[in-house]
Ligand binder design. Structure first.
Ligand code: SAM
Ligand code: ASE
Length: 321
């Protein structure tokens, strides 16, 4: 799947329209004929391609699944997620055995780098930063609306998205809540990239605020969203960050965590279980159960903590000061 995506197999079959032979695909994409023939056959086995015989020749076309999720131009594309999994996460998983032995991230080992911290490594070049941001952005095309509507957030009009990255959650918020204004709080270089590639200046209800959420002031707001932030960090760092957020909250203000929740008995869902291994090989964090988020939020001073599952990949936890 990774290779077919990266070579542009699904994009070619979409653009061309008609079913194509392995030879034609190989020619158009500049690959070996034999290699492409085997790859397309394997994609049929994975149900990513359909094949039919025409005058003794096998002709390939996309399945609905690959057309929707694996072509670059689709509004629900996961192309950029697949690219990141292929180029980055897959390499870290090659060291999963070491990660389990040592109980720590293998990211620097996998890429032969050394750095001060997680995001210094992830953002070691503009190219890497953009790839990570595209990964972060893509899943919200599929479940952004579900996470921002799991609770009624219409009473919150001044929203800060801490570590808001490409603004995907901010866009989902302003489209679900006509009264809301959202500020994306993130590191300066991330916001620079977000402005260039992801957020249009026409969008007056989205603004940027540069800062380091561990060190710099966090401005006043009635709701703070932290999507996939807590799962990146150690228990101590999480408590430090949530306590900082609690300090700037007024009574009645809220904090909304968006994360992939494990079941309380940790027997599932399989996506969250695998994401937790992903957090191990790549970060200092992990995926958590609802009770763990409730206790983190309560330790940071929040109360009335509620948990909602969306039935999709990511779930939500709402706390109040
Ligand atoms: N919330 C986005 C989402 O769910 O798609 C992005 C999540 S990403 C895992 C973590 C985000 O936190 C990145 O955009 C990163 O740049 C930002 N971040 C990391 N450390 C930060 C810091 N110290 N201050 C502000 N933002 C930070
Ligand atoms: C992080 C999230 C991720 C840090 C590193 C990461 C993911 C991959 N590497 O906070 C996200 C995985 N989830 C999806 C839907 O791709």
């Amino acid at each position: 799947m990774f290779t077919a995506c990266e070579l542009g197999v699904f994009d070619l079959l979409l653009e061309d329209g008609g079913p194509l032979s392995a030879n034609t695909v190989a020619e158009r994409l500049g690959t070996s004929a034999d290699g492409m023939d085997r790859l397309l056959t394997a994609c049929v086995g994975l149900q990513l391609l359909e094949v039919k015989e025409h005058q003794g020749e096998a002709l390939y076309s996309n399945t609905d699944l690959s057309q929707i999720y694996l072509t670059k131009a689709s509004p629900r594309t996961l192309y950029y997620s697949v690219a990141y999994y292929s180029q980055t996460i897959y390499h870290c998983f090659a060291y999963l055995t070491d990660a389990i032995r040592e109980g720590k991230s293998q990211y620097e080992k996998a890429f032969g780098i050394s750095s001060q911290g997680l995001f210094e490594a992830l953002y070691r070049s503009e190219e890497e930063m953009l790839k990570f941001m595209q990964l972060m952005n893509s899943i919200w095309n599929i479940c952004g609306k579900d996470v921002v509507t799991a609770f009624d957030l219409s009473t919150f009009t001044n929203i800060f998205d801490l570590g808001g990255c490409t603004g995907a959650i901010a866009k989902a918020c302003i489209s679900a809540y006509p009264q809301s204004n959202v500020t994306i709080y993130d590191l300066p270089k991330v916001l620079e990239m977000a402005g260039k590639h992801f957020v249009s200046p026409v969008e007056k209800r989205i603004t940027f605020h540069e800062g380091d959420f561990f060190k710099d002031p966090i401005p006043d707001a009635d709701l703070y969203i932290l999507a996939r932030i807590i799962h990146d960090w150690t228990e101590d760092r999480c408590l430090e960050l949530l306590t900082r957020v609690n300090k700037v909250c007024k009574p009645g203000s809220g904090v909304l965590l968006i994360e992939a929740l494990l079941n309380e008995d940790r027997r599932g869902p399989i996506t969250a279980q695998l994401y937790s291994l992903n957090m191990l090989v790549q970060t200092e964090g992990k995926e958590r159960m609802p009770s763990e988020y409730v206790s983190l939020l309560e330790s940071a001073g929040f109360k009335d903590v509620q948990v909602r599952r969306t039935g999709k990949l990511y779930d939500v936890i709402l706390g109040r000061k």
